[in-house]
Design a protein around this ligand. Structure first.
Ligand SMILES: [Zn+2]
Length: 716
């Protein structure tokens, strides 16, 4: 007998039993709702089905858990659980909740995606291992603009993977009615929030706002209007303190925070509201707070207990990150936990984050202390040059621990959506997170029922309709630290790759970063790796998926960065060679000297067109995914810098100063000329024609020798 085709579902249902035969479905599906569900319109949409009044004529029937055959009943009765009975005469979906019917239908959708109109007969019993399964999108840190069309695209995809929570990290990227004029450009409006909330409900997704209310409040504190609310150490200059933490005892802070909380409560229907609370770097230190006779833990807990009061009055519970409580309470000799009031213990939802490993101990600490706890992993976008597929193993380790200690749920965070990347390009890790949180972990499988290779096939098929592994192969080539591209860039293989293109306006930065790493033929190997990735991308570019998914094309972004990096490096080596030869003949052959510098300048200018494609990627990405604007501004400034450097090299033709060492073109000419004392050959920069004059400036710190001297005198 032919072995049945392996199922490629994501997440994989808990129990699947193949039975004999196939079900041939009509081109137009119809659904008979034997049981009412408010999610019926969504189910009809997702299966492109008509409503049928006649059970016998319908291809799919929705039935109560009670009507399920005994062997399928238990799963159908579970929260969000469902069962499917697929026979040659039709599909019955049994469930006891709206979510159960939706998820049953989503599994049918995935079966259709894999098998088309002829589905093998089978029985499925399925329910989630963890109750809440989320992902987070971040707007403020990378100044990501809010794009409603993208959210409309994203939400159904999350539901298809049975994600049921979407967190939005907002800070001032929300147009608060209580704080007019404070929202960033393209920030989410209340009307957009309400409309997204409604859409999420249709997909059984709770849309949860996240607002920092103590630490990480720089977005407001960096305005002159609110800067006086910054917590700072008594005796230091408040006006020069880093704008980051609210003063926890300020009545004005309370009013400000309450206004924002109420604004968001007016728009988001979620019963949970995430109010930040992480990495509070200064607390209880200002002249007022330090006289309260409370330690940091008391101040912290009292502050949030009051925030929870406000939320409770709006029918909501507050969530905070776990790191500060771990700091105050988790050590063995700490009595912190016993000093936390019951009201706080009962109301706080703890988001315990660990992005690079499992975290059994901290999860255990929170769950055993009685907190409702969510385990938080991350896509690591903020540290990556491209999606790093192996981050899935960190997710797996953490979510495995979460299941062991039985947390409420888990979620995959995202931070600093910036520098030419956005979470959509990391949706591989949304998929892996979804599979783990729904199915759990068993034995050697990646997630229960899915080994790594089946997971990747299911991701390609279910997310993009791709029936081969080109896409994941492409992601591995670009993202694996030991892959044919990044292994040549270690230790500047991660965020540094993006930074040397996007986070500078200095065209020579690539060369400074990588000249040493690219010695001994490594550049050639690196280029070959990039060329392989290009070949794979061209294959993906020819698939229907590129046409049907408007955001898949952005997966080209990380490849474009490497291609520009390679072109920029080659260009710099070429102009270095011209420049070096010119220096050798500067005072012996003025004509050859001028020709060589002209060649260098021309080569540099020819590089201007090399960034055309990547700039168009960034512009389109800003329009559709909300990429930050500064990155585009820096790319434009880089072109300006190229022209200026070229003008300077041409100018040197007439100059009698010895050509400055090439690295000074990067440091002194293109950057601020920083030094504690004086710059080498600064007199020549001082004597340049006005356009090219450079002078050194001091970095903003006291020189160590002076500090040491003062310490010696005072005996510190
Ligand atoms: Zn204070």
């Amino acid at each position: 007998m032919k072995t049945p085709e392996k199922l490629l579902l994501l997440p994989m249902p808990h129990k699947v039993k193949r039975t004999d035969g196939h079900l041939k479905l009509p081109t137009q599906l119809s659904i008979h709702p034997g049981q009412d569900t408010i999610l019926l319109p969504t189910i009809l949409d997702e299966l492109s089905a008509d409503l049928s009044k006649n059970n016998d004529a319908a291809s799919i029937s929705l039935l109560t858990a009670k009507e399920a055959p005994r062997r399928l009943r238990a799963m159908s009765e579970k929260e969000e659980g469902y069962s499917l009975e697929i026979t040659s005469s039709g599909i019955d979906i049994y469930a006891s909740s709206d979510a159960g019917f939706l998820y049953g239908a989503m599994t049918v959708r995935q079966l259709l995606q894999q098998f088309g109109g002829k589905i093998p007969c089978m029985e499925i019993g399925d329910a989630p291992v963890l109750a809440t399964r989320g992902i987070q999108l971040s707007f403020p840190q990378g100044q990501t603009a809010y794009r409603p069309a993208y959210m409309k695209h994203l939400v159904p995809w999350l539901a298809r993977m049975k994600i049921n929570e979407l967190y939005l990290y907002l800070e001032s990227f929300f147009d608060f009615p209580s704080l007019p004029h404070m929202a960033g450009p393209d920030a989410m409006t209340p009307a957009q929030a309400r409309s997204l909330d409604k859409l999420c409900k249709r997909y059984n997704i709770t849309l949860i706002p996240m607002l920092n209310t103590l630490g990480h409040c720089g977005e407001l504190l960096a305005t002159q209007r609110f800067n006086h609310l910054n917590e700072y150490v008594a005796g230091t200059e408040r006006r020069l303190s880093r704008p980051f933490n609210f003063c926890s005892s300020s009545a004005e802070v309370r009013k400000l925070v309450d206004g924002m909380l109420n604004d968001l409560c007016d728009c988001f229907s979620s019963p949970i509201f995430h109010v930040g609370g992480d990495e509070v770097s200064c607390i209880g230190k200002c002249p007022v707070c330090s006289k309260l006779n409370k330690d940091e833990l008391e101040i912290y807990v009292d502050y949030f207990d009051r925030v929870f009061d406000v939320l409770e009055s709006r029918g909501k519970r507050g969530g905070i990150w776990g790191d500060m409580l771990l700091k105050y309470c988790a050590s063995e000799d700490s009595d912190g936990l016993s000093r936390i009031p019951q009201s706080f213990l009962e109301r706080a939802v703890i988001f315990d984050w660990e992005y690079s490993a499992g975290s059994l101990k901290s999860l255990q600490f929170f769950v055993n202390s009685g907190f409702k706890t969510i385990a938080c992993s991350s896509t690591h976008l903020c540290y990556s040059s491209s999606v790093w597929p192996y981050q899935r193993d960190n997710q797996r380790a953490l979510f495995k621990d979460a299941i062991t200690v039985d947390t409420q749920g888990g979620m995959t965070t995202a931070w600093a959506n910036w520098l030419g990347l956005q979470e959509e390009q990391f949706n591989y890790l949304h998929a892996s997170g979804a599979a783990l949180l729904w199915s759990g972990v068993k034995g050697k499988d990646f997630a229960k029922g899915l080994d790594v290779s089946s997971f990747e096939s299911a991701y390609c098929l279910q997310r993009y309709g791709l029936t081969d592994g080109t896409l994941t192969e492409y992601l591995h080539i670009l993202g694996n630290a030991s892959g044919p591209i990044l292994k040549h860039l270690v230790p500047y293989h991660a965020l540094e790759v993006r930074k040397c293109i996007y986070h500078t306006d200095n065209v020579l930065r690539v060369w400074v970063n990588y000249a040493e790493l690219f010695q001994d033929g490594k550049f050639k190997q690196y280029k070959a790796g990039v060329a392989d990735a290009r070949k794979l991308w061209e294959k993906i570019n020819k698939t229907d998926a590129i046409k049907s998914d408007p955001y898949l094309k952005y997966f080209e972004g990380p490849l474009l960065v490497h291609e520009l990096l390679a072109l920029r490096y080659e260009m710099t080596e070429e102009i270095y060679a011209f420049y070096d030869k010119a220096a050798a003949v500067q005072y012996t052959d003025r004509k050859a000297f001028a020709v060589l510098l002209d060649k260098a300048a021309k080569r540099l200018e020819a590089h201007l067109v090399d960034s055309k494609q990547i700039e168009s990627y960034l512009r389109n990405g800003r329009r559709s995914l909300g990429f930050d604007k500064s990155t585009l501004n820096r790319m434009r400034a880089t072109r300006g810098g190229i022209k200026e450097l070229s003008a300077y090299i041409k100018h040197l033709k007439k100059s009698h100063r010895p050509l400055p060492v090439f690295q000074q073109l990067h440091n002194t000419f293109m950057e601020e000329f920083l030094t504690d004392w004086y710059g080498d050959r600064e007199h020549e920069w001082a004597d340049e024609s006005p356009r090219f004059v450079r002078f050194s400036k001091t970095p903003m710190r006291a020189t160590t020798a002076a500090v040491a001297k003062a310490a010696k005198e005072t005996g510190d």
